[in-house]
Ligand binder design. Structure first.
Ligand SMILES: C[S@@+](CC[C@H](N)C(=O)[O-])C[C@H]1O[C@@H](n2cnc3c(N)ncnc32)[C@H](O)[C@@H]1O
Length: 287
């Protein structure tokens, strides 16, 4: 039997219910609001504005199913299909890494290098959702960007985000890091590659277990992809060009050593907002 209109839950009641069911989650209230907004097809402002509105049984059931999905550990971004990055809403699914706030630091590093250059040519290696390429394109409409990715499923998501947000040409290319780019010369090669060690227990214990392993794992020490990128980037950079990579909080020293071994100069590591060494860059100068 369907509950009468007066017996139905209000938006505010369901948010409270969701919050209590998600109490293990540090963002329980926010997540409950995002889930009800997703189910009702509105934004969070409307969740407050329409707090006393009654919710249909159909929407209530859909909300409870999503709360249960969230309490199983699935990331909120995958449930609602959107993650904000660089103040833009990116489409995401289980085939791409959910863009992280610390990656905005890498974008900042890249943009700072591009400041003195007109019409720069950029490669974003392992573009995933397209987050880095799109953010740079947003700031630099004069740029030309090649965004390389091995996963076809990720490229389909990147395509949607580029179509929605890009302000400069972004060419999506299926490829294996720098292989196949021998005829190009870039002003900037930027990458947030996989950098988790394959035996790292973290991968099975937190919500990152829902993200694609190929976006996270990189050999026994987590440095396989970075090693390959640093070794190959010198050939693909113009004189004065920069390589900038994100890495694990405990990998900075190894990454700087790799940059030195491969002839980079002006090697700098930047810390993220949590104070962790998070992104390293270096430049190649002409011989
Ligand atoms: C850590 S995710 C970064 C995604 C996105 N750039 C971001 O910052 O949110 C790394 C990406 O590299 C891709 N990848 C892994 N191995 C690759 C390879 N050999 N060549 C190209 N892309 C690769 C993965 O599929 C994944 O999308």
């Amino acid at each position: 039997m369907r509950p009468s209109e007066s017996a139905r839950n209000s938006v505010a009641n369901l948010v409270r219910l969701g919050e209590s069911l998600l109490r293990e989650d540090s963002n329980a209230r926010l997540d409950a609001e995002l889930l009800i907004a997703h189910v009702l097809g509105c934004d969070r402002v409307a969740v407050y504005r329409d707090a006393e509105k009654k919710v249909s049984p159909h929407h209530e059931q859909a909300f409870c199913e999503l709360v249960s999905l969230r309490s199983s550990g699935r990331p909120i971004a995958q449930i609602i299909g959107i993650q904000e990055f660089w103040s833009l809403p990116f489409v995401v699914d289980e085939n791409v890494l959910i863009p992280r706030p610390e990656t905005e630091l890498l974008v900042d590093l890249g943009l700072a290098h591009l400041r003195s250059l007109d019409a720069p040519v950029i490669a974003d290696m392992g573009t995933g959702s397209g987050a880095i390429a799109v953010a740079i394109s947003h700031e630099r409409p004069d740029a030309t960007i090649l965004a390389v990715e091995r996963s076809i499923a990720a490229l389909a998501i990147a395509q949607r985000n580029c179509a929605r947000h890009a302000r400069s040409p972004i060419y999506l290319v299926r490829g294996n890091w720098l292989a196949g780019l021998r005829n190009y010369q870039f002003d900037l090669i930027i990458a947030n590659p996989p950098y988790v060690a394959s035996g790292d227990a973290l991968i099975n214990t937190t919500s990152i277990r829902f993200e694609p392993k190929e976006a996270l794992l990189s050999g026994l020490d987590g440095l396989e992809a970075i090693r390959e990128l640093v070794a190959g980037a010198g050939q693909a950079l113009k004189s004065g060009g920069m390589l900038a990579v994100e890495h694990g909080y405990n990998q900075a020293m190894h990454v700087r050593t790799l940059f030195q071994q491969h002839g980079f100069c002006d090697i700098v590591t930047e810390r993220d907002l949590a104070g962790h060494e998070r992104a390293t860059s270096g430049r190649i100068t002409g011989s």
